[in-house]
Design a protein around this ligand. Sequence first.
Ligand code: ADP
Length: 394
Amino acid sequence: MSDSILVLNAGSSSLKFSVFLKDSLKLLLRGQIEGILTKPHFVARADSGDIVGEEDWPSGTNLGHGGAVEFLFKWGRTGVLEGHGIAAAGHRVVHGGLEFTKPVVIDNHVISALERLEPLAPLHQPHNLAAIKAIMQRVPELPQVACFDTSFHRTQPAIEQIYAIPRKYTDEGVRRYGFHGLSYEYISSVLPKYDEELAAGRAVVAHLGNGASMCAMRNGRSISSTMGFTAVGGLPMGTRCGAIDPGILLYLMNQHGMDAQSIENLIYNQSGLLGVSGISSDMRALLASKDPRAQEAVDLFVYRIDRELGSLAALGGIDGIVFTGGIGENSAIIRARVCRDAKWLGLDFDEKANETGGPQISKENSRISAWVIPTNEELMIATHTKQMLLKKGD
Ligand code: ADP
């Protein structure tokens, strides 16, 4: 029986997946195949965390996205998933440009449109498409849905979406798109359950993980985000630099003879928490370290969140802050530092509630509220995929 939805998030070297029951959207299992081009390792876990499937390939094995998809479908016909046919696949797709303001059922026309967006997200879009094409080749009759990281931000005012560069570049697509949209959309969808007033008001959501960004929402819709043209802008992240003076890139080219590829590697893979600390991109490792460089990396992370909070709050005020993502959900220390610094916004921070993970971490009489809310991008994709199936009448 085709009673489940497969959710895929295809990266350059990994394929993350989850399987949900179509009707209840209950998670059946989740997992990933890592190192798909070099030394694949597959692991699948039930919702409980128990491992329900594991496999290793020898070093030098290049499964590619096609091979990884092939393996998943074969594996899915046995064991825990036996009897659970796939009704549709939902994909996380990084870039929907200006055209895709909501999820879409994939056909050849959509694939061509998404291929045209590849230059805007060369590090992600081709991999997202590789998984889509692999499924299309293997099971052409399976409905596939693309859910975009950019769509949620298309409600932003026009002025938020452009850069001060000559118009011809804006016209060819050099614009502020914003990312982490599926995470923000999920938070927006559950926020009324936590705080109805905030959901209807002006919320700043901080998605703090390996990738990090912030989004200002009004009445649940995006009005501004710290990421713009690519996912390297805005806040400093695990290995990404965030906003820097563009003159730095010219300096690196002129004084260090760096070309586009080495600059790309520097700003995406060697900067952020890793670059400043010289130790790790992992927040847990930095918080555990006594090395002053680790502390400075953490200080900079918090400082830049503070600055962006001020900048987003300047867009007509703020009624509350929501923390999410691996750091936002799990690090009481980072939340405490940001919240203490946000006293000027009228935040009366509840230290005790923060220690135990909230969800509310502001005191009752605080002028603005603060919350910890776990995100769930996979569930958002499964929800959209189910809705598209219903629309199609399946
Ligand atoms: P991604 O953006 O890849 O989805 P996550 O949202 O999983 O990443 O976030 C990963 C980050 O969360 C890492 O920097 C990790 O150190 C951090 N993190 C996870 N748990 C904790 C914790 N208890 N304290 C501090 N940081 C944490």
